[in-house]
Write a protein that binds this ligand. Structure first.
Ligand code: C2E
Ligand code: MG
Ligand code: MG
Length: 620
C-alpha cells in the first residue's frame, strides 16, 4: 500500500479492494482546485466510473442538468457560488433534485454538518481524504441510487401492469355486462335489462304518480316460419322485427324501452302515457307497421302478432308481476281470434292460475294412472256389425268425477303434456286389445283405433314407442289403427309421410280423423299411405232428408273411394242420417245411434249382442 500527499489530500491509489468496479455510474466532480479535480477524476475513472468535471458552481449546475449524473461530489468552499448554494439550486430543480450529493470539505474550513444535511447532502468527506473512503462512500451512494432506480423502474412496471390488468378487467367486465344485458341475435336489450329499467320506472312512478304501460308482444305461429323457411330466415325475421320496433321507439316519445325476451317475444315499455287511449293508438300503429310484409332473401313474409297490455298503476310493486300479467293478457289475445291485443284484467289471472293447477293435476293424474279409456263401437253399416272400437280417453278425477277429453286435451296439446298422455293411452289401448285377442273375443277384421295428437306423431321416436308397446303387449299390429288429424300433416308433410310409410310396413293402419275440418288440401292425400277417412260429425249432424243437407259429404266419400280408402262417418245420431250415408255409399259409421263410448268391459260385451233396435227401424 502506498500513500501520497497531494494538494492537501491523502491518497491511496491502489487500495481498491474496498470498492467495486462500476461501469455504469456517472459521477460529477465539482472542485475549484484543478489538482483535486484531477485526482478525484482519475481515482473514479480507474474504478470504471464515467466522470464529468466542473471547477465552479454554475458549470456544475449546467452539467448536472445535461447529464443527470448518478452522484455529485461537491466541494463546499468555492468562489462566487459555494457548494451549499449549488446544492440548494440542484434540489430546487426537479430534474436534478434526486441526485445524491457528497460534500467535500476541508478539515480546516468551517463545516456545518447539520446545515449540509439540511441542504440535502447525502454524505460528506473531509479533505484530505483517503481514496478508499472516497470510493467506499461513492460506491455506497451509487449503489443506493441504483437501488432507487431499480425500485422506481419496478414500481413503474408494476403500475403499468396493474393498469394493463385493470383495462383487461374493465374490458371483460363490459363484455360480460353486454352478454348479460344484450340479446345477441337482435342487439336489443334483453329481459334482465328490461326488468332493471322497468323497476326504475316503477319506483319513479311511486314517487311522482306518473303512469306507464307495459306491452308484451309474441309472434303467432313463428315456429312455422322456422319449419318451412329455415332457422336462418327465422333469425333474420326476428332481427327485422327488432329493427321496426326500434324505429318506432325512436319516433314515438312515449316509447321508453324495447327488449327481446328470447324466442319470438318482445317487450315494450311506455312511459308518460296520459291515458289508455294513447297506449291503444300506439299499439295500433305498431300493428300497422308489423303488418307490412318482410322481404327476406327472395321471400315475402307476413307475420301476425299478439299483444298483452298492462296499465302500470301504483298497486304494482314488483316488475315480475307486471310481466306475468302482460304475458297472461298476451295469451288471451292469442286465443281471441277477433283481437290482436288485450288489456290485462284481474279475472285473467285466476284463469291462468287455474290452468297452472290443471297442468300440475294432469301430471299427477298420469302418475296415479287416473286416465282410462272408453270405447265407442265403429259399425259396418252394410252388415250391421261392429268392425272396431275407437278408444276415447277420460279422466277419472278424484274430486270432479269423469272429465271429458274436451276439457283437457286441447290444453294438453298446447303444453306438450299430450306426448306423455298419448303414450299412456296407447299402452292402455294395446293392453285391452291384447286381452281381448287372447280371450278369442275378436273377429279377424276387428280393430281398435287410437287417437294420436300432432305433437305426438311428430315425436322423433314415435315409431320406436309404437313398436315397443306392440312388442310388450303382444298384439297383432294389423288390429291397431292410429287416427291422425289433418293438422299433423300440414307443414310437416315429408316427416309425416315417412312415419306413415313406416307404419304401413309394420301393418299398422292409419285413419285421417275429423276429415274436412282442417286444411283439406286434397292434393296430399294420394301420396300418403292412409286407409281411411273419418267424416267429421259437424258434416253428419246437419244431414236430413233434403239433398242439400248433405254438403260436402258426397265429395269426401267419392274422394275416399277413388283413392281406395274406407270412409267412417262420425256422430250418426238418427236413422235419417244413417240412411242417407248408406245411400251415399258410406260403408262405416259411429255415433250415439249405435252407442256412445263405454268402459272396456261393457264395450266388449256389445260384440255378443246385435244392434236390433235401430236395425229393425232401418228396415221399416
Ligand atoms: P274424436 O276423435 O273425433 O272422437 C269422437 C268424439 O265424438 C268423441 O268425443 C265421441 O264421444 C263423440 N261422439 C261419438 N258419437 C257421437 C254422436 O253421435 N254425437 C255426438 N255429439 N258426439 C259423438 P270425446 O270422447 O268427447 O272426444 C272428443 C275428442 O277428444 C276426440 O274427438 C279426440 O279429438 C279427442 N280425444 C279423445 N280421446 C283422445 C285420446 O286418447 N288422444 C287424443 N289425442 N285425443 C283424444
Ligand atoms: Mg278420433
Ligand atoms: Mg273425429
Amino acid at each position: 500500500m502506498s500513500w501520497f500527499l497531494l494538494g492537501g489530500m491523502l491518497l491511496n491509489t491502489f487500495d481498491t479492494s474496498l470498492v467495486s468496479h462500476d461501469g455504469n455510474s456517472r459521477v460529477l466532480v465539482v472542485d475549484d482546485t484543478p489538482t483535486n479535480l484531477f485526482i478525484l477524476s482519475t481515482l473514479l475513472n480507474n474504478e470504471g466510473y464515467r466522470v464529468d468535471q466542473a471547477d465552479n458552481g454554475e458549470s456544475a449546475i449546467a452539467l448536472a442538468k445535461a447529464h443527470r449524473p448518478t452522484l455529485i461530489l461537491l466541494d463546499i468552499m468555492m468562489p462566487h457560488m459555494n457548494g451549499y448554494e449549488v446544492c440548494t439550486q440542484l434540489r430546487a430543480d426537479p430534474a436534478t433534485a434526486q441526485i445524491p450529493i457528497i460534500f467535500l470539505s476541508s478539515l480546516d474550513a468551517p463545516f456545518d454538518k447539520v446545515e449540509a444535511f439540511q441542504r440535502g447532502a447525502a454524505d460528506y468527506v473531509t479533505k484530505p481524504f483517503q481514496p478508499a473512503e472516497v470510493l467506499a462512500r461513492v460506491r455506497h451512494q451509487t449503489d443506493l441510487q441504483k437501488a432507487r432506480h431499480q425500485q422506481n423502474r419496478l414500481t413503474l412496471e408494476l403500475e403499468s401492469r396493474v393498469q394493463e390488468r385493470t383495462q383487461l378487467l374493465e374490458l371483460a367486465h363490459s363484455q360480460l355486462l353486454e352478454v348479460a344485458l344484450i340479446d345477441r341475435l337482435t342487439r336489443l336489450p334483453n329481459r334482465l335489462s328490461f326488468v332493471k329499467r322497468l323497476s326504475k320506472v316503477m319506483a319513479q312512478s311511486q314517487i311522482e304518480s306518473s303512469s306507464y304501460s307495459l306491452l308484451f308482444l309474441d309472434c303467432d305461429r313463428f315456429k312455422r316460419v322456422n319449419d318451412s323457411l329455415g332457422h336462418r330466415i327465422g333469425d333474420q325475421l326476428l332481427r327485422e322485427v327488432a329493427r321496426r320496433l326500434t324505429q318506432l321507439k325512436e319516433t314515438d316519445e312515449i316509447a321508453d324501452f324495447v327488449a327481446r325476451f328470447g324466442g319470438d317475444e318482445f317487450a315494450i315499455l311506455l312511459t308518460q302515457v296520459p291515458n289508455k287511449k294513447t297506449v291503444v293508438s300506439f299499439v295500433k300503429n305498431m300493428l300497422r307497421d308489423l303488418a307490412q310484409p318482410f322481404f327476406l332473401t327472395g321471400n315475402e313474409i307476413f307475420i301476425n302478432v299478439s299483444i298483452g297490455m298492462v296499465w302500470g298503476d301504483t298497486s304494482y310493486v314488483a316488475a315480475e308481476h307486471l310481466l306475468r300479467d302482460a304475458d297472461v293478457a298476451m295469451y288471451q289475445a292469442k286465443e281471441d281470434s277477433q283481437n290482436q291485443y288485450r288489456w290485462f284484467e284481474s279475472a285473467m289471472h285466476s284463469q291462468a292460475v287455474q290452468l297452472l293447477e290443471l297442468e300440475t293435476d294432469l301430471r299427477l293424474a298420469l302418475e296415479r294412472r287416473e286416465f282410462e279409456l272408453h270405447y265407442q263401437p265403429i259399425v259396418d253399416l252394410e252388415r250391421m256389425k261392429i268392425m272396431g272400437f275407437e278408444a276415447l280417453v277420460r279422466w277419472q278425477h278424484p274430486k270432479k268425477g269423469l272429465v271429458s277429453p274436451n276439457d283437457f286435451i286441447p290444453f294438453a296439446e298446447e303444453t306438450g303434456f299430450i306426448v306423455d298422455l298419448g303414450k299412456q293411452v296407447l299402452e292402455i289401448a294395446c293392453t285391452h286389445l291384447a286381452e281381448w285377442e287372447q280371450a278369442g273375443l275378436l273377429d279377424p277384421g276387428l280393430s281398435v283405433s287410437v287417437n294420436i295428437a300432432p305433437e305426438q306423431l311428430l315425436q322423433p321416436d314415435i315409431l320406436t314407442q309404437v313398436e315397443k308397446i306392440i312388442k310388450t303387449t303382444g298384439i297383432s299390429p294389423h288390429r291397431l289403427r292410429l287416427e291422425v288429424t289433418e293438422r299433423s300433416i300440414i307443414g310437416n308433410r315429408a316427416q309425416v309421410e315417412e312415419v306413415l310409410k313406416a307404419l304401413q310396413l309394420r301393418h299398422i293402419q292409419v285413419s285421417i280423423d275429423d276429415f274436412g275440418t282442417g286444411y283439406s288440401a286434397l292434393s296430399y292425400l294420394h301420396t300418403l299411405p292412409v286407409h281411411c277417412l273419418k267424416v267429421d260429425r259437424s258434416f253428419v249432424q246437419p244431414i236430413t232428408h233434403e239433398a242439400s243437407s248433405l254438403g260436402i259429404v258426397p265429395l269426401i266419400v267419392n274422394v275416399a273411394h277413388t283413392l281406395n280408402m274406407e270412409v267412417i262417418a262420425e256422430g250418426i245420431e238418427n236413422i235419417t242420417q244413417l240412411r242417407q250415408l248408406k245411400k251415399l255409399g258410406c260403408r262405416y259409421g259411429q255415433g250415439f245411434l249405435f252407442h256412445g263410448a263405454l268402459p272396456a268391459q261393457q264395450a266388449i260385451g256389445l260384440l255378443s249382442r246385435p244392434f236390433t233396435d235401430w236395425a229393425d227401424s232401418l228396415s221399416a
